[in-house]
Design a protein around this ligand. Structure first.
Ligand SMILES: C[S@@+](CC[C@H](N)C(=O)[O-])C[C@H]1O[C@@H](n2cnc3c(N)ncnc32)[C@H](O)[C@@H]1O
Length: 314
């Protein structure tokens, strides 16, 4: 699943995250430098490392969703222990996790027009981009993931040319907010995860946008109407399972935008994903992920403007 948190790269729920920490007693003892080097040797970067100092101990930690990184740390420490330090690993509780990863979520550009500003940095963005204020809670969609970025870039090609928008797999609702700022007047969305629905509602309110977010499984439940733009940032398998429903929910002349397809799967996806009556208009490739734009003939839907790095479909 292409969703993400701490380095903000993958779809992480609290239960997936493990803290790997080196701890030593205070006062006295060596600096944190040796502990940081330990993590660098394991492939972590400076931004991944958190230091916590309390009265009686100093802790240097990293957070990971990868079991193999936890095992590698344990193996490295047992082979070559760090004098004065002890190694500890523990799965994080949700509150703990949310609190910690927030430190890594900074103001992030999204597409050409938006800046996603975490709620706790409200008021501190000084640039010219349109601000999307976001409290991600535990939902996916901080705007930093390439799948969201590719989707936002495709949506920007349709600016001012859609009035109704459906956010299929809304996560935080970041794409709904972008859609409203690109001119949509009617916003609706759905997510399988009730927490995401709640978070998307909260974020729409934060951005003073009216919208209707509901809990639904889009592999089974139809969209509540037909929309000028349907944006679905899901995994390839789910997209293929939902294709009839997504296609039916796209208004004549409207566009269906899909993202969340790994580059490796893109050719296979394009073979399997054939929503009836829709025509592939554009492929949009990023570094690791791809997105595509389809159009349903009819209506008065205008052709999207072509952006750099997007290709017309052959
Ligand atoms: C990759 S996240 C996208 C979030 C946001 N739209 C974005 O682009 O940043 C995919 C979202 O789709 C939801 N999802 C996955 N399968 C679904 C399904 N069958 N029906 C509805 N939502 C689904 C997930 O819970 C998750 O919130």
């Amino acid at each position: 699943m292409p969703c993400g948190k701490p380095s903000l790269k993958a779809p992480l729920m609290a239960r997936d995250i493990t803290e790997i920490a080196l701890r030593r007693r205070l006062p006295g003892g060596p600096s944190a430098g040796g502990a940081e080097d330990f993590f660098y040797r394991l492939g972590f970067e400076a931004r991944d490392i958190t230091q916590t100092e309390q009265k009686t101990f100093l802790k240097v930690s990293v957070f990971t969703s990868l079991k193999k990184r936890v095992l590698a740390a344990e193996k490295a420490f047992s082979k070559q222990p760090l004098k004065s330090w002890s190694l500890m690993t523990r799965p994080l509780g949700e509150d703990d996790w949310l609190h910690k990863w927030k430190r890594h979520f900074r103001i992030t550009p999204l597409g050409k027009k938006f800046a996603v500003v975490p709620l706790w940095h409200r008021g501190s963005y000084r640039g010219k981009r349109r601000v999307i204020l976001l409290d991600p809670q535990s939902a996916f969609g901080s705007g930093t993931h390439e799948t969201t970025r590719l989707m936002a870039e495709l949506m920007e090609t349709l600016e001012g040319r859609f009035k109704t928008f459906f956010d299929a797999g809304c996560g935080t609702g970041v794409l709904s907010a972008a859609a409203a700022f690109l001119g949509a007047r009617t916003i609706a969305g759905a997510d399988l995860d009730p927490g995401s629905v709640k978070t998307a509602r909260l974020n729409l309110r934060l951005n003073k946008i009216r919208g209707r977010m509901t809990r639904s499984d889009l592999t089974r439940q139809a969209l509540p109407g037909r929309f000028d733009v349907v944006a679905a940032n899901l995994i390839s398998k789910t997209l293929t399972e939902c294709q009839a429903i997504l296609g039916q929910g796209t208004a004549p002349g409207g566009h269906l935008l899909v993202s969340g397809i790994s580059l490796k799967n893109f050719p296979g996806f394009l073979r399997d994903f054939k929503p009836r009556g829709l025509i592939l208009k554009k492929k949009h490739r990023g570094k690791s992920w791809a997105a595509a734009l389809y159009q349903k003939p009819g209506g008065s839907g205008a052709e999207p403007k072509i952006q750099a790095r997007s290709e017309g479909a052959s």
